[in-house]
Write a protein that binds this ligand. Structure first.
Ligand code: FAD
Length: 592
């Protein structure tokens, strides 16, 4: 009847208008329109055609109601349409993905997720949180590659900084040798944009599917850090949305307090929406070399020698790893060892050394035009080192392939269902004076001969780290990163279980504390404020002062568990750490 009266075309138009109204009107106004569309739909002869529009309308209605509930819960002053326009969503898929991270050990659901398209969106949301009567938290999430829920929050909104449509494309300033990037940009995309201009950032992480804001909130380190410093030492300027919702530009000259606080600041003082990153001419190719040691002191002596070199006569990247596990080296061998260098691991003398080998990993960048001299340069550098002579393994590849090397390993692990497993990682900065004790007590002691993943070890020069940044490092000129990058596998082997590995991490920390090693955690994780105070040591007072100045309601990055939001007393803190089960059954060892 209704259809005969109005005609099909008109009904379609009415549906479109109603759909638009459900999107734009506040709920109290659009409910009558929604009821009308329901009435029309129920009289429709062929319901299937409008089923899709109707389904979208119903979903939007539900989402809008959920947002209204959010508004009531947290005392927001914004209109729901404004929240929808900002990109705030309670879509179950978005909420689910914001509630977990790479560590896969804790799950915390946010009330909603914001997908910002600009710094203004971020500022508007944080301002709303700062001014809201009840208060709610805001946590920036880059690519969610934290281990212990650092980007999660159960009492507010996760701002999903990475992903389609957020920010803008990197803008390269070739003449000035820097690039401006959105805080949620992934380093792989920064690299690709810069390479189009023959340029590249100087300091990296081993893995490039991490966001700029996420690594700058920690430090961002890899084998270039001994020379260029961490990524936070290679930033000219930042745009930051503070915990008051103010968008501020900062650098060493402009708002320097904010600039230094944010770098390595674990997201506590503001959300980085733009970073200006220093560039250099991009090398074309990389000679990638691995050599083995059975003697730890020869290994560390050579590493320390290599990071003391300056100018052109040095390697461009110095890292290393510990091999306590035959399985690991066999995996690694298949992906790296040159066929020109057949070697029997058993012949390398590790048996005299508690079964432990150390691998020095170095690279030399070059341009095709200088390819002729690269062999001599490398030869001259290698001559000064004391590795096992038969253990030189070399490969040569394009610069971008070297930087993106871990992604290859990721794809391999994903194909075996071994990427999305719990990762009880532990990263430590160990002072140079204690690294031999660490070797004796941990590599040759606590670990046993199973590791469940790579263990990196490489030294860095403290003078390449800006003491004014928020990050803390040991009090010595040279300190080592020791990274236990292990995956928990549900394969029935006790030594690979999450419980076993977590317990072993505890033992390692206890050993360091009892030995008075003064190690510092990198990508730190603590549960109480007194532990955080100890971590920050003499930097704690300033850290706390900066928090009061830039995030006085403690609404930012609450997943770090450093400060309790002021709207929650410590007794009713709502953050929940619910361990989720390990999904995969896997039997092989992990090799990056
Ligand atoms: P998230 O996990 O999303 O966030 C981390 C923290 O930063 C949270 O507290 C969050 O609130 C905050 N944050 C995120 N974005 C912003 C922003 N825009 N502004 C302010 N705060 C923000 N680290 C290294 O240094 N070197 C490595 O070689 C390295 N390799 C890694 C390899 C893998 C496979 C993984 C999983 C991690 C690795 N990491 C490495 C650690 C990594 O740098 C940190 O976990 C980093 O925080 C991850 O970035 P993300 O974008 O995923 O951050």
């Amino acid at each position: 009847m209704l259809y005969r009266l109005l005609g099909r075309k008109r009904i379609n138009k009415i549906f479109k208008v109603l759909y638009y109204l459900t999107l734009t009107l506040p709920p109290k106004d659009f409910v009558p329109f929604f009821s009308l569309s329901l009435y029309i739909y129920s009289h429709k002869p062929n319901k299937r055609k409008h089923c899709f529009i109707f389904w979208i309308m119903a979903t939007k209605l539900l989402l809008t109601f959920a947002i209204c509930r959010l508004i009531v819960t947290v005392g927001l002053t914004l209109e729901p349409t404004e929240l929808l326009r900002l990109g705030l969503t309670v879509d179950p898929f978005d909420v689910e993905s914001a509630s977990v991270d790479f560590g896969l050990m804790t799950k915390v659901e946010p009330l909603a997720v914001l997908r910002p398209s600009s710094a203004k969106d971020v500022a508007q949301l944080v301002k709303a949180a700062y001014e809201s009567s009840h208060g709610f938290t805001v946590s920036a999430r880059g690519h969610g590659h934290s281990i212990n829920g650092q980007a999660q929050t159960g009492t507010g909104v996760v701002v999903q900084m990475s992903g389609v449509g957020s920010g803008g494309k990197p803008r390269v300033w070739g003449g000035d040798m820097y690039v401006d990037v959105w805080g949620g940009e992934l380093w792989i995309d920064v690299l690709k944009s810069c390479l189009a201009y023959g340029l590249a950032p100087k300091s990296w992480t081993d893995y490039l599917y991490l966001s700029v804001g996420g690594t700058l909130s920690n430090a961002g380190i890899s084998g270039q850090a001994f020379h260029h410093g961490p990524q936070i030492s290679n930033v000219h300027e930042l745009d930051v949305v503070t915990g008051k919702g103010e968008l501020m530009t900062c650098s060493k000259e402009q708002n320097p307090e904010l600039f230094h606080a944010v770098l390595g600041g674990l997201g506590q003082f503001g959300i980085i929406t733009r970073a200006r990153i220093s560039l250099e001419p991009a090398p074309q190719r990389v000679r990638w070399i691995r050599v083995l040691y059975s003697n730890f002191s020869a290994f560390t002596k050579d590493q320390e020698y290599l990071i003391s070199l300056h100018g052109n006569q040095k390697f461009d990247y110095v890292e290393g790893f510990v091999i306590v596990d035959e399985g690991l080296i066999n995996n690694w061998r298949s992906s790296f060892f040159s066929p020109r260098n057949p070697v029997k691991i058993s012949s390398l003398g590790s048996n005299n050394n508690g079964g432990v080998l150390y691998c020095l990993e170095i690279t030399k960048n070059y341009h095709e035009s200088t390819a002729e001299t690269i062999d001599q340069e490398i030869e001259a550098l290698l001559k000064k080192l004391n590795f096992i002579p038969t253990s030189v393994f070399t490969t040569d590849l394009p610069y971008v392939d070297f930087l993106d090397r871990v992604h290859k390993a990721e794809l391999k692990l994903r194909s075996k269902g071994m990427w999305e497993v719990p990762h009880p990682w532990l990263n430590l900065f160990v002072p140079k004076s204690k690294i031999a004790d660490f070797d004796r007590g941990v590599f040759k002691g606590i670990l046993g001969n199973k590791t469940s993943g790579p263990i990196l070890i490489y030294p860095m020069n403290k003078n390449k780290w800006d003491g004014k940044s928020s990050v803390v490092t040991p009090d010595e000129d040279v300190f080592y990163l020791v990274a236990f990058l292990r995956s928990a596998l549900d394969n029935g082997e006790e030594t690979q279980s999450l419980e076993y590995l977590t317990n072993q991490n505890r033992q390692i920390l206890k050993f360091c504390a009892e030995d008075g090693m003064k190690v510092k955690q990198y990508l730190p994780h603590y549960k109480t404020q007194s532990e955080w105070k100890e971590h920050y040591g003499s930097k704690w007072d300033r850290f706390q002062r900066m928090k009061m100045k830039f995030d006085p309601r403690h609404i930012l990055a609450s997943g770090q568990n450093i400060f309790t939001p002021t709207f929650l007393s410590s007794s009713n803190m709502m953050v929940m750490d619910i361990p989720i089960p390990i999904k995969q059954k896997a039997r092989e060892s992990i090799d990056f």
